[in-house]
Design a protein around this ligand. Structure first.
Ligand SMILES: Cc1cc2nc3c(=O)[nH]c(=O)nc-3n(C[C@H](O)[C@H](O)[C@H](O)COP(=O)(O)OP(=O)(O)OC[C@H]3O[C@@H](n4cnc5c(N)ncnc54)[C@H](O)[C@@H]3O)c2cc1C
Length: 241
């Protein structure tokens, strides 16, 4: 029967149209394992002819503080109310250039990947500050456009994160830190699904600093392998609160 394998057509992994992908990296050390995961994603996806934009928040000097500086000018100089100003900036196209650039990257992308270390059971502050500024009222969500009716429906998002402890068991229901699905729900439901994204299964590397170099390389290889078929993946059920 070995003739069958010799007669098999060559395996083609790219049976899809190119995606536009945005990778957002939130780690202060470029040579961190998170940095390597971001590089693996960018190289793999570009190697498959997908278009990849990259927001490396620390190296961009992204300012996570959300205030009047989100805008070129404000509608009400006497009292700052962010959503009122976001509404105004949407109508008048007056977001500050750094905010506008990030919104434009998100609007262009079919798939968004966030690469980050789990910090205090959440995203690092720099990434939370990116969301605070970029997920803007009336431009990204609002006026009845939430969840299934969200402006970003049809787009997909994926959290790729690392943890400090070495074992996945600590993040199971009843485990030391509790169910990782519940920990990620404010992000996957309260941010991503809120604006309409379909959420793909999170990529979680537990304790990259606690394992061997060989194991880390295996984690990177598994990530690359998953990304080859990412266009075909179905969203997960994130669950409500
Ligand atoms: C403020 C704060 C809050 C935190 N809160 C939590 C929390 O709530 N829950 C929790 O679980 N953890 C928490 N942690 C821990 C944190 O999540 C981990 O330290 C982090 O996820 C580890 O990932 P890293 O990229 O920083 O690893 P690194 O320490 O940067 O990397 C691990 C190792 O990988 C190596 N490496 C880099 N590139 C490669 C490559 N290409 N191939 C092979 N090896 C490579 C590095 O050299 C290093 O030796 C917290 C940490 C901080 C600072």
């Amino acid at each position: 029967m070995d003739t069958i394998s010799r007669l098999d057509p060559p395996v083609t992994v790219q049976n899809h149209s190119p995606l536009k992908v945005l990778v957002v990296l939130a780690h202060p050390e470029r040579h961190s394992f998170n940095g390597a995961m971001a590089d693996a994603a960018i190289e793999t996806l570009r190697g498959l002819s997908h278009q990849v934009a990259f927001s490396d928040l620390y190296r961009m000097g992204w300012d996570p503080v959300s205030d009047r500086r989100n805008f070129k000018g404000v509608k009400n100089p006497d009292y700052f109310k962010q959503q009122t100003e976001e509404d105004h900036a949407t109508e008048t196209r007056t977001f500050a250039p750094d905010v506008e650039a990030e919104i434009a990257k998100m609007e262009a992308a079919d798939l968004m990947i966030w690469q980050f270390p789990l910090w205090w059971f959440s995203v690092p502050g720099i990434l939370k500050g990116w969301v605070d500024k970029v997920f803007a009222f009336n431009r990204v969500y609002g006026r009845g456009r939430f969840y299934e009716k969200g402006l970003y429906r049809g787009k997909r998002a994926l959290l790729s994160l690392t943890t400090g402890g070495s074992g996945a068991a600590a993040y199971q229901p009843g485990g030391f830190n509790g169910d990782i699905s519940g920990i990620l729900r404010p992000i996957q439901r309260g941010m991503l699904e809120f604006v309409g994204y379909d959420v793909l299964k999170p990529q979680i590397v537990h304790g990259p600093a606690q394992v061997t170099d060989e194991q880390r390389k295996a984690y990177l290889a598994a990530w690359r392998e998953r990304l080859i078929q990412i266009a075909q993946e179905e969203p997960i059920v994130v669950g409500q609160y």
